[in-house]
Design a binder for this molecule. Sequence first.
Ligand SMILES: Nc1nc2c(c(=O)[nH]1)N[C@H]1C(S)=C(S)[C@@H](COP(=O)(O)O)O[C@H]1N2
Ligand SMILES: [Mo]
Length: 203
Amino acid sequence: MTVTRGFTGRSRAQDRDPRLPPGQYDAGDSWPVLSAEVTPHLTPAEWTFRIDGLVAEERTWSWNEAHQLPPSVYEGDIHCVTSWSKFGVRFGGVSLDRFLDLVRPHPTATHAVAYAHTGYTTNLPLSDLTGDRAWIAWEFDGEPLAPEHGGPARLLVPHLYFWKSAKWIAGLRILDHDEPGFWEQNGYHARGNPWNEERYAGD
Ligand SMILES: Nc1nc2c(c(=O)[nH]1)N[C@H]1C(S)=C(S)[C@@H](COP(=O)(O)O)O[C@H]1N2
Ligand SMILES: [Mo]
């Protein structure tokens, strides 16, 4: 019996989808909405994106200005700390590298706080926002991003837990130190790498 149980356990581990980080489940076609705020209804004309702080040139982009930057698509998975993951999503927008190239962070810059038009904040190492791994996203599956999912535009950092992907993104403040955001001040992990299960401070 012991032998059988051991064999079953091993075979289940092999069946587990390799796209699924530890402690996560596949949410399938559903896409839960998780917002601390009431959904704002910002029009593209009202939306702006700004990068300030430790940069050579602080800058604010309008919707039209941001759309003049070269487009970029993310196709892959997303992982929420509440344990749902969603496979094979497709977001369209612009890679954050294109914005950062234009403002030129100081050599001393190490972190950023992303802030939303609603006041939500989340902190990230600058190295997680560069290398074509983070986007300002305004399309989902070829359609405009819905307001409840952060439209007109959200930050997208899919290799970290999804709370880092601030909806209704308004800007990034570039810093030379880490400064906890909304969930991070409430016990969540500073980085939030789902593959290391960095859910809470101390994980
Ligand atoms: N402005 C803002 N952005 C946010 C949040 C939020 O409450 N407010 N929640 C975060 C969390 S915890 C998750 S899981 C995702 C949820 O995005 P979704 O509602 O599109 O699934 O947004 C993240 N970005
Ligand atoms: Mo989340």
